[in-house]
Write a protein that binds this ligand. Structure first.
Ligand SMILES: Nc1ncnc2c1ncn2[C@@H]1O[C@H](COP(=O)(O)OP(=O)(O)OP(=O)(O)O)[C@@H](O)[C@H]1O
Ligand SMILES: [Mg+2]
Length: 353
């Protein structure tokens, strides 16, 4: 299925499948259904770090309940003041409408079995508005699915709050493989052309190494790559670097790298040079396997006619890893990648030696 740019540019986009949240979804769904079958609307507050998928989760869950029961569903972005009017109508016990769509007044006896699914995105858990909505929701058959920043849960007054909430569901971070799957899903949904699997793996490696395993960052990188892909250009590893470095904590300060090179064994510098040369000629290649490194290194030893240096391969690789110029992939520890452009490394080496 290809949806187009909305899949990455619409902040409230609901993915056709919420990947790797099966367990959490099952728990949340069963909880809500339990409330429905007992005519008692239960609410859920979903928390987690920024960009982990809280909005997507509550929205997706809301859609599932809507589809299963045919209940109306309303999405409310709590930062939009227009939407607050709608919530005030709920609190005031009035019949409410939402962006032109008349939503039935659920408290009406006639609609006793009907529930409204109310998705509240990014609520302030301590606000009186939220408290009142929760209170009123019980009287009016409203199932509230709210998302909230994890930071708010660390406040001292949290224990008071906790007593008032039916269920707090905390979303944990994804494993690298899960994050890769989510990024790949989004590429397939949004991009007009295919992107090399290694390029997607590279994006995931960078996010996992230099940020936190959260999809908001990898999707932000996709947003920046999109204009190039839309114009039909093939996405290279270098494009990923250009589009992601300012988002991530990557070392690319000339002086620091220069200093690191100066303090290295000559063999390590020469190996790095070989790698950089190899990669600079293959713009779609992100990784070098250990075997490839070894071949390059042995070639180098032959060139400098130093048979004994062959025994130093592991040491050289270790030195490059320690100086944070070379990195191991989270997907396979026999695969290595660079974070700075190979041409940049070649220029620096040229400048020093
Ligand atoms: N399990 C998943 N499957 C597919 N896409 C996901 C999944 N989890 C998160 N996403 C996507 O990751 C991006 C970030 O998620 P989302 O905006 O829901 O995070 P958030 O926790 O609400 O962020 P914020 O803290 O900024 O409000 C969205 O594009 C969302 O659709
Ligand atoms: Mg959100």
């Amino acid at each position: 299925m290809n949806i187009g740019p909305a899949a990455i540019f619409d902040p409230f986009f609901i993915p056709p499948e919420l990947l790797h949240r099966e367990k959490e979804l099952k728990v949340a769904e069963t909880f809500v259904e339990d409330g429905i079958s007992h005519q008692y609307p239960l609410h859920i507050v979903v928390t987690g770090i920024n960009g982990i998928g809280k909005t997507a989760f509550v929205n997706y869950l809301g859609e599932k309940i809507k589809d299963a029961y045919g209940f109306p569903k309303v999405f409310v972005n709590m930062h939009d003041s227009e939407n607050k009017k709608f919530l005030n109508n709920i609190i005031g016990g009035r019949k409410f409408s939402f962006i032109g769509n008349e939503v039935e007044c659920i408290s009406n006896e006639k609609y006793k079995d009907l529930f409204l699914v109310l998705v509240l995105d990014d609520v302030d858990l301590y606000s009186s508005l939220f408290r009142k909505v929760l209170r009123e929701s019980k009287k009016r058959n409203i199932i509230v699915l709210a998302s909230a920043d994890a930071g708010t849960l660390s406040r001292k007054s949290f224990s008071n709050l906790e007593n008032r909430l039916d269920f707090i569901l905390k979303l944990g971070i994804y494993t690298p493989r899960q994050l890769f799957d989510i990024t790949l899903q989004r590429v397939k949904l949004a991009f007009p052309i295919e992107i090399d699997i290694d390029v997607i793996r590279y994006i995931t490696d960078l996010v996992c190494e230099f940020d936190i395993n959260r999809p908001s960052v990898s999707i932000e990188i996709l947003r920046r790559l999109y204009p190039f892909a839309a114009s039909g250009m093939e996405i290279t590893v270098e494009d990923v670097r250009k589009c992601s470095h300012d988002l991530l904590w990557i070392l690319n300060d000339d002086l620091v790298i220069l200093e690191a090179l100066r303090n290295m064994n000559m063999q390590s510098v020469l190996l790095l040079e070989k790698m950089a040369l190899h990669l600079s000629r293959r713009p779609k290649k992100a990784y070098l396997s250990f075997k490839e490194l070894r071949d390059l290194y042995y070639l180098l030893c032959d060139e400098i006619r130093d048979e004994i240096a062959k025994y130093m391969l592991n040491e050289c690789v270790e030195e490059l890893l320690e100086s944070e110029i070379l990195f191991k992939s989270v997907f396979n520890e026999n695969y290595f990648y660079l974070t700075v452009p190979p041409t940049f490394i070649l220029n620096l080496i040229d400048a020093i030696f």
